[in-house]
Design a protein around this ligand. Sequence first.
Ligand code: HEM
Length: 413
Amino acid sequence: MSSAEAEAIVDPKLFADFERLNLVLRDLRQAERMHRVEPEGFEPFWLAVHHEDIVAIEKASTRFLSAPRQPLFSLAHQERSRKAGGGSDSSHFIRNVTAMDGEEHRAYREISQAYFTPKGMEAVAASVENLAKEFIDKMVDAGGECDFARIAMNYPLRVIMSLLGIPQSDEPMMLAMTQQTLSGDDPDFNKEGTSGLAAVLNVRDYFMRYIEQLRANPQDNLASVIANARINGELLPERDVFGYFFIAATAGHDTTSYAISGGLHALLEHPAELAKLRANPALLHTAVEEILRWTTPVKHFCRTAAEDCEVAGKAIKKGDIILLCYPSANRDEGSFDAPFEFRVDRRPNRQLAFGTGPHVCLGQYLARLELTCFFRELLARIDDIEMTAPARFVEGHFVGGVKELPIRYNVIA
Ligand code: HEM
């Protein structure tokens, strides 16, 4: 397998072709465990495609650092960002847990951790359930036809924005910011080719005003806890407190939306599995894990080697970038029985959609809760669902999934 084939991994269009993506990744896994990739317009990197290697790299968090880069952006994108920042790169304006390591990372994560544990979920379960009902009501009101991806896009947005106390009227701005930052290569989301940093700077003043209000009038909620957090006795500096709101506001919704839209798409493409789930709703728990494995909305995160070392027989040099390819890990034949089969009762299922190790997704229990509430409600109230046109997927190599899913359905009387 040539480096050229591995280079496809930075082509946004590959991710819009779900089947081809998975076949390309299968070929890459069969060819080698670690690929050296040197695509034009990008810094060279190592591509890790095996489940076992990705887990090992994520767990060796002193050897493989999260700073300084999380997604791998093209050099052109980095240049556009620097221009938008008046010559400074984005870390000058914004920083969050994904870019931290060691003790600092632990301290920052701890600020909000309690809100996102399984115990923390008990406090929000009823409101998430109500929001799931509200969004299925919208499907009922739509009269039997809708673009399901729109429903799926707006429900997790409402969940996280209500947790952060952001009014509904500001949700479109938040959605645009997320799509331009995390999926900015998709022409539907970023018509003007805005750089990630320009989108970030658009909301900085908004968040800083909100943070000042919360500092003046502290409350007993997640947003106030973040705004008023102290490390070593000091309130967080602007780029870190803004970064905290930013990561909570962006990481917390479109990822979950793509799991929901892609989850329904998978069920519709596998009618026997949908029938199995309808016949036995107790399978919802394993079905949600399988949906997460199947859709894998986050396509990669990077690590940077802190020292010379070896991974799967390859000599990695200090400073080398490693791209952890989650969709590949989640179809790794060495870790899953028949990985190309979608099975709502798959057990065991060591899916890696949330990553692992110290940076494992902070919102994983919230995402699971949202998926569970939504599909439980959908299965109970909507039937005879069929696609009226093929699904369309996001173009982008960082975060993506089904962005358009026109369906027809019946409401259960
Ligand atoms: C299906 C939905 C989701 C998926 C697939 C997903 C996936 C991921 C992945 C792959 C990572 C990086 C893990 C690593 O580096 O090992 C991550 C980190 C993170 N996620 Fe999620 N996520 C989802 C939903 C959420 C939600 C609902 C929130 C709520 C706020 C959230 C907040 C975060 C945060 C704050 C981090 C950074 C954690 C750290 O660096 O310590 N995510 N997520």
